[in-house]
Structures are given as structure tokens and as C-alpha cells.
Design a binder for this molecule. Structure first.
Ligand code: NAD
Ligand code: ZN
Length: 243
């Protein structure tokens, strides 16, 4: 963890902030037991996530990709939000303007009560038809392989933004608006390696926000932030609200 004075400064900034934007990544859910992609436990049958979470992998072998998602569904289904998710959910009530941007697909922010959020990489409990594009919720664990659309019998895929795919236009717009209008931006548990989310900290900073990073380690974006606290999200994030 950083020095006590850094924590005090961030608590003070938060206490007077009116518009807050939070960006979260896999690190906030690591404390709930969901492995990050780059940490230990991110491998499945020796495949890296980057080799499975792509449109090419799904075209080549949809069965393999769905088997991987079944493994992830099974894992995530047993996980609960931790104190960091809960503190972020409380921030929604605390500030005049608030928006949460998450790269996580596990749905734990919703489970914790967050409603003002963009799940910019999608949600593992949603599926999309590759033919008619219809999106539906599906919480089956395991999901039947191969899953088919009840409307048109097309092949269903996870409603997740894969490596090499673009984010939804409206999510990008909502995120940009939130970042540009915030006076404080918290970046929690993200490596800062996956774009465009990796650029969100600098967008907020250029717009004049005080940018804070909370991460177990230093990251690619640590150099540009105004304050950084190193440690576990579940220990640090709840402290931020104690002014
Ligand atoms: P990442 O795996 O690249 O990085 C995780 C970051 O969290 C690292 O910087 C690490 O130092 C930090 N971290 C680990 N444990 C922490 C803790 N307890 N407290 C605070 N920080 C901690 O993840 P990313 O940057 O979010 O991006 C990778 C991509 O992987 C994203 O696109 C995301 O959609 C996807 N992903 C999602 C989940 C999920 O939904 N839970 C899990 C793995 C990967
Ligand atoms: Zn369909």
C-alpha cells in the first residue's frame, strides 16, 4: 500500500468530488477468486485467453471456445462480489454524477448493486446469435454445446467483445462522456494493456480529472496517474470512502 498521506489525499479528493468515474479490470474480481488473464490460473488446457477469445478461434473451432466458456461460467457462477465491488456500488449514491466502466465480463458489479455502469467487454451470462444478432440472457452452467438461437437456429456466441473486435459505439460514447466530465477518476485492477480502456486514464487526465490507480503492482499507466496505491482492491477501495 502507498503512504498514509497518499491515502489521505485521495480520501480528501473523493470527499469533495462531484463527478466520479471508475474504471475496473480483472484485478477487482481477483479478490473474489476469478483469475486474471495474465496472472497464475489464467490458463485452461494450456491455451492462453488471447488464443481463445478471438473471432478467428470461434470460426475455427466453436466447440473448443464454448468449452472454455463453460469452464469460465462454472468458475464464475460460484463467485460473489467482494468489499471492493460493494464500495464501488456505494459510490453511485455518494456522488452527484457517477459512472462505472468495467472491462470485466463476470457480472459481479451488478451482483453488488451497481446500475450506473457500462460493461464495455460484454457479459459472460449473455449470448448473441451469429445470424440474427439477437442478444439474450443465458445462465446455464454448463451451456449446451453447441447452443442455437431459438428464433432462427443460428449458432450462438458469447456476448463478449473479443480480442480484435470493436467496442459498441454507445458504450464508447458513454465512457468518453463520463471520463471527460469527471473531476476524479479511479482505475482499479487493470493492467492498462488492453485498448481502448488503456487510454481512459489519460483521457480523464487531459480533461482535468485527478486520476488514481489502485493495483497490486505498478502498471503501464502508473506513470501518468496523479496518485497510486499498491495493494489488494478489496482492502484499499473500501478505505477510500472513509473520510
Ligand atoms: P489483466 O488480467 O490484464 O490485469 C489485471 C490487473 O489486476 C493487473 O494489473 C494486476 O496487477 C491487477 N491485480 C491482480 N490482483 C489484484 C488485486 N487483488 N487487487 C488489485 N489489483 C490486482 O486484466 P485487465 O486489465 O482487466 O484486462 C484483460 C482483459 O481480460 C479484459 O478485456 C477483461 O475483459 C478480461 N478478463 C475479465 C475477467 C473478469 O471478468 N473477471 C477476468 C480475466 C480477464
Ligand atoms: Zn438468431
Amino acid at each position: 500500500m502507498g503512504t498514509g498521506s497518499t491515502l489521505g489525499l485521495i480520501q480528501h479528493k473523493l470527499a469533495s468530488a462531484r463527478s466520479v468515474t471508475v474504471l475496473t479490470g480483472a484485478g477487482i474480481s481477483a479478490d473474489s477468486g476469478v483469475p486474471t488473464f495474465r496472472g497464475t490460473g489464467g490458463l485452461w488446457r494450456n491455451f492462453r485467453a488471447e488464443d481463445l477469445a478471438t473471432p478467428e478461434a470461434f470460426t475455427r473451432d466453436p466447440r473448443l471456445v464454448w468449452e472454455w466458456y463453460n469452464w469460465r461460467r462454472e468458475l464464475i457462477a460460484t463467485k460473489r462480489p467482494n468489499p471492493a465491488h460493494e464500495a464501488v456500488a456505494q459510490m453511485e449514491q455518494r456522488f452527484e454524477r457517477f459512472w462505472l466502466i468495467t472491462q470485466n465480463v463476470d457480472g459481479l458489479h451488478r451482483d453488488a448493486g451497481s446500475r450506473k455502469l457500462s460493461e464495455i467487454h460484454g457479459n459472460i451470462w449473455m449470448v448473441r446469435c451469429t445470424q440474427c444478432r439477437h442478444v439474450t440472457e443465458n445462465r446455464d452452467v454448463p451451456i449446451a454445446i453447441l447452443p442455437l438461437c431459438s428464433g432462427c437456429n443460428g449458432l450462438l456466441r458469447p456476448h463478449i467483445v473479443w480480442f480484435g473486435e470493436s467496442l459498441a459505439e454507445d458504450d464508447l460514447e458513454t465512457s468518453a462522456t463520463a471520463l471527460q466530465s469527471s473531476d476524479l477518476c479511479l482505475i482499479i485492477g487493470t493492467s492498462g494493456l488492453v485498448y481502448p480502456a488503456a487510454s481512459f486514464g489519460s483521457i480523464a487526465k487531459q480533461a482535468g480529472a485527478f486520476v488514481v490507480e489502485i493495483n497490486l503492482d505498478a502498471t503501464a499507466q502508473s506513470g501518468i496517474v496523479d496518485a497510486a496505491l499498491q495493494g489488494r482492491a478489496k482492502d484499499i477501495v473500501p478505505l477510500l470512502l472513509q473520510a
